[in-house]
Every structure is written in C-alpha cells, then in structure tokens.
Design a protein around this ligand. Sequence first.
Ligand code: NDP
Length: 450
Amino acid sequence: MTEVINPATAAVFTSVPSNGVEETDAAIERAQRAFGSWRQVAPGDRARLLRRFAAVVDAHIDELADLEVRNSGHTIGNARWEAGNVRDVLDYYAGAPERLSGRQIPVAGGLDVTFHEPLGVVGIIVPWNFPMPIASWGFGPALAAGNTVVLKPAELTPLTAIRLGELALEAGLPEHVFTVLPGKGSVVGQRFVTHPAVRKICFTGSTPVGKSIMAGCAEQVKRVTLELGGKSANIVFADADLERAAAAAPASVFDNAGQDCCARSRLLIQDSAYDRFLALLEPAVKAFRVEDPALATAEMGPLISAGQRESVASYVGGADVAFTGTAPTGAGWWFPPTVLLARSTSDRHWREEVFGPVLSVLPFRDEAEAVRLANDTEYGLSGSIWTRDLGRALRVSRAVETGALSVNSHSSVRYWTPFGGMKQSGLGRELGPDAPQSFTETKTVFIADR
Ligand code: NDP
C-alpha cells in the first residue's frame, strides 16, 4: 500500500494498493484479450461509449475536483477546469472513430487503400503535476482509435485516475478496455516498457526518465511519445503593452505552484523597459493569492511534497532575490512566489527546470539577443512573446525553437491543437485532430483490378 498525503496539511488521508509485476502482467494480458473485441466495436458505438464516459465525468466534476485539491494541492478553480478538460477531451475524441478514414491511391493495375489499424495495448505513464488532463490526452485518442489502455498514475497522485477508471466502467466501457494500475514507476511503468504486448508508451515526466524509457522502447522498436521538461522564455519587448504583460506574468509561471512543464520560468525583458516592467511585476507577484487551495479565491496552493519543496529551495539559496510573494506558514509544503535576478546565463536557476514558483529574470538588448537567449537551453516546450510589432512577433515566433508559443498571451495547451516539445522537451505530439492516428499503424493494401 502507498500512503496518500494532502500537501496542504502534510497529513496522510488514505492509502492505495501498489501493484507489482505479477499484477501488471495480468492486467496487460486482460487488456490484450479485451483489445480483440474493442477493436470490433462499430465506430458509432465506440463514439457513443466515449460520449457517455464524458457525460459521466461531467456528472462527477465536483467530486473529481475535490479529490484533486486534497491529493495534489491544486486550487479548486484549477481542479474543476482539469476535470472539465477530461470531459472535453473525451467529447472531442468521441468524434474520431467515425472519422478515422484512410485514402485510396491510384496504382497501375489496381488501387491501394490505406487503413489506420489500432496498435493493441497502449501504456500511459502520468506524472503528478496534472494527473487528470495528462492522463486523458493519452487515453482519449488511444481509446477512440480502438486500442485498450493501461494507465499508471504517479505514486503521489493516484486518486483521480483510479476514480476515472471506475467512471469508465459506470459509463459502460467494457471491462479491461481502460485499466488504472497504481504502483511504482520503476515497477509498473517499467513493465509497460518491457512487456511485448504493450505496443506504445505515452510518457509525461522528467527528461532523465523519458530518456531511459526511450532506450527501453528501442529494445522492441516500441512506439513512444515523450512530453518532458521545459524552461520556457517569456520575452517582453519594450513596445509591448507592459501593463498587460506584467499582469499576466505571475500566473504564467506560478500557476500550479510552478509545477508545470509549460511554466514561463525565464523572463527576458528588453533593457529599455526593464525597470518599468519589474516595478509593474512586483505588486502583481505580491498580490498573487497563495492559500488553502480549497478556497475559491486561491490562485496557488502548496508544492506536491517535502522533497519537491527542498529541491525548489535549493535554487533560491544564495541567489539574488528581487522580491517574493507570501505563502502560509505551518503544516504543508508551502513556498512563496519568488522572483530571482539572474547574474548570468550559467546560474542554476536560469538553466535548470525548477518545477516550483520561481521566476528568473534577465535583460536583453535587441531582438537577436532575445532569440539567442531564449534558445540557449536544452529544452523547447513553450514560451510567450509580448510586442505590438506584428512583424517582430512573426519573426521571433519562427526563430524560437519551441513547440507551443503564444503572442501577447500565455495560452499553451488546447486539446484541439497539437502539443509537444522540441529538443529535449520531447518527442512526438499529443492532442489535435491527428492524435488518434498516432495510436494506429497505417497499413496499405493493393487491390488488383483483374
Ligand atoms: P518522473 O519522471 O520520475 O515521474 C513521471 C512518471 O514516470 C511517474 O508516474 C513515475 O512513477 C514514472 N516513472 C518513474 N521512473 C520510471 C521508470 N523507470 N520507468 C517507467 N516509469 C517511471 O518525474 P518526478 O515525479 O520524479 O519529477 C521530477 C522532476 O521531473 C520534476 O521536478 C520536474 O522537473 C520534472 N517533471 C516534469 C513533468 C512534465 O510535465 N514535463 C512532470 C513531472 C515531473 P512514480 O512517480 O509513481 O514512481
């Protein structure tokens, strides 16, 4: 059994079973058998089941959100959005089974037709930072394409995934089509990688574990999608609407207590606007409400664990602190929003993914330097550009090596647009209209005309 802790109080409030290799093998084998009939379900019926799953999730938004507040320390506002995101993802991909069409290609002596064949069992490995949405970005399109799914939630945050597994059955999904298997990454997750019946891994988490999963998948030439870390830049040019950019900056890095792979954790400010921008940013950071995440007014809750707080604190000790917000004291893994001035681009807090409410700030001279600094990282997941110059917005967007950018906004992940990273931030794309195809093999069949 694994104890589950409320990060806002540091109190253990329940425990869940931890699966071993034997249980994992048995679940994968059941999922493999279920695949045989799930892939035969008529497209319209599979669509109806996914829509019903979405409706059941919708009827349990408050319950799922409350669980996430207690298990993950997410603010109630965020947790409701996250549960709603699962519903929306299921509704969106419910349209896919009836649209998974192939092509016909003229060939001398006949024609070639293509089919999108489901892969079989798909293994989804989920981190603790967004337990519900990240799970659904994998299982929504994977189920729609006719695969069965085994899902491993993070040990720290298994509760909403377990509940989603129950709700799938309540909605009428056949048994073993969608199985949630709590347990250790090194046991359950690793078995997904080595079990030959698991034909694709969807992994979201740290870059080192992602690399080891990619190496493991190579053994069986297993399909793999990796959504890894980030160190995204928020680039503010002097001609931008500075008030708007400064008002938006705190949430772009402190949302979910900074435990977000898309966090804009490096703030690049054009030197002529540097002092003015920091003067606007300070009150916005100080006003950012860090409090009991169950309160409707909360904008940020605690960090996920004592270990994460220790890790985040290690980046702040000895650094130049510009200013901080406030956070509760006492029980729980609290950490205040913190703004650091980078002395150089070799500062650890400037280079590494902190995964906490820490923003590093650096000035730049001109457009070329902004692009060079933004790209001076092994990561390339997200980022923002603030400017009123449309040509510059376009040039910088094309030049920054990152997968999901926004201009004059901090929006990053939408289920109807592709999402994923460049460089060491990942491999492959999730979401968007083509996601179900990435859970299929394309097969070509030549049919002779005589
Ligand atoms: P991990 O990469 O260790 O964990 C992510 C998931 O992978 C968890 O479900 C974990 O299981 C599982 N896992 C761990 N080891 C293996 C393995 N050998 N084989 C298969 N699955 C495995 O991330 P952490 O939770 O340790 O976070 C560490 C750092 O990673 C963070 O501080 C942050 O920098 C980054 N991170 C990035 C995320 C992102 O969204 N890009 C998400 C989470 C973390 P379990 O935890 O149950 O053992």
